[in-house]
Design a binder for this molecule. Structure first.
Ligand code: CP
Length: 323
């Protein structure tokens, strides 16, 4: 595997899910694969889970790991070509990327949407430069548009906890005081459409996800209707994807105080089929979800986060196998 960005990069999903369970049975059985190999994890943005789980997955495989927080100690990087670099940015990404590539065997990159320009974000301008110039396999640790390590962990979690062959999975928008990217809901939609689930998306009008990710998924604007009979509720906030009104890209469309009835609470969970609750974390309690729902026995947020180690290990293992 040279790039991990989309669900299709994993090939047959049932094979990938079986591999995830094999990793869970004994995560240290492939230490020979990572001997004398180095994973470089580059963070342009903050992280708790991705940083720790990916580092742990690499160590499980016997790899050395280098973590770089670009904004803490590295030179400030220019990302635009053609700029006269007379400002505060001392180094250009076009030199920094091949230099970083020379110190490692695989590279993971986290670089969120900047919300300056929809086209740049949706063309994955930063991550594609890593793919083009690093000379190394590149895996996305949340980019402008996708978070595949999260979506893979989410699918593993759903597979482990489902009580019927084809569960109903609902992705619900929830309020948030800040403008958040669409990477998590984009990837979750992409992965659910590839899996054997009954997938429904619910959000207020104006938050339609990009068709390249959400495809022909059923969209239900009435949250209560969407929740009826659900087996899994996946909550996440996202800002306006700008599909119908590009000028609204990255905006919070309404004052969140007026949207609080979208916060997932016992009221909505009561119409589900005793659904499990999921969120990628970090989560703002009593904005996205109430205390009682996230603390209930049906909350899967901790096993879901634990599965981030497993999804990362499957991806790193596959990259090491093809070096
Ligand atoms: N879910 C997730 O990616 O968490 P972090 O932002 O803490 O890495």
């Amino acid at each position: 595997m040279k790039v991990f960005q989309h669900v299709t990069d994993l090939g047959d999903l049932s094979v990938a899910l079986a591999e995830a369970q094999e990793v869970k049975r004994d995560r240290y059985q492939w230490q020979h694969l990572g001997r004398n190999k180095t994973a470089l994890l580059i963070f342009f943005n903050n992280s708790l889970r991705t940083r720790l789980s990916t580092q742990k997955a690499a160590m499980n495989l016997g790899m050395n790991v280098i973590v770089l927080d670009v904004n803490q100690g590295a030179w400030k990087l220019e990302t635009e070509r053609g700029v006269i670099m007379d400002g505060d940015k001392s180094e250009h990404l076009l030199e920094a990327i091949p230099v970083m590539g020379s110190y490692c065997d695989v590279i993971g990159v986290r670089s969120f949407a900047r919300f300056e320009n929809r086209k740049d974000d949706y063309e994955e301008k930063i991550l594609n430069q890593f793919i083009q110039y690093s000379g190394r396999p590149v895996f996305f640790m949340e980019s402008a548009t996708v978070h595949p390590l999260q979506a893979f962990a989410d699918l593993i979690t759903i597979e482990e906890h489902k009580n019927c062959a084809r569960p109903k999975v609902v992705l619900t928008w929830a309020p948030h005081p800040r403008a958040l990217p669409q990477a998590v809901p984009n990837s979750f939609a992409e992965w659910m459409l590839a899996a054997d689930v009954d997938f429904v998306v619910t959000h207020p009008e104006g938050y339609e996800l990009d068709p390249q990710f959400v495809g022909g998924a059923r969209v239900e604007y009435d949250q209560m209707k969407a929740f009826e009979g659900a087996d899994f509720i996946y909550a996440k906030n996202w800002s306006c994807p700008g599909v119908t009104r590009p000028e609204d890209y990255g905006k919070v469309l309404d004052d969140y105080h007026t949207m609080m009835d979208w916060c997932v609470s016992a009221r909505q969970m009561a119409v589900t089929r005793d659904a499990a609750f999921m969120h990628c974390l970090p989560v703002r309690r009593n904005m996205i979800v109430t205390d009682d729902v996230i603390e209930s026995p049906r909350s899967l947020v901790i096993p879901e986060a634990a599965n981030r180690e497993i999804s990362a290990q499957v991806v790193l293992k596959r990259m090491l196998e093809t070096l």
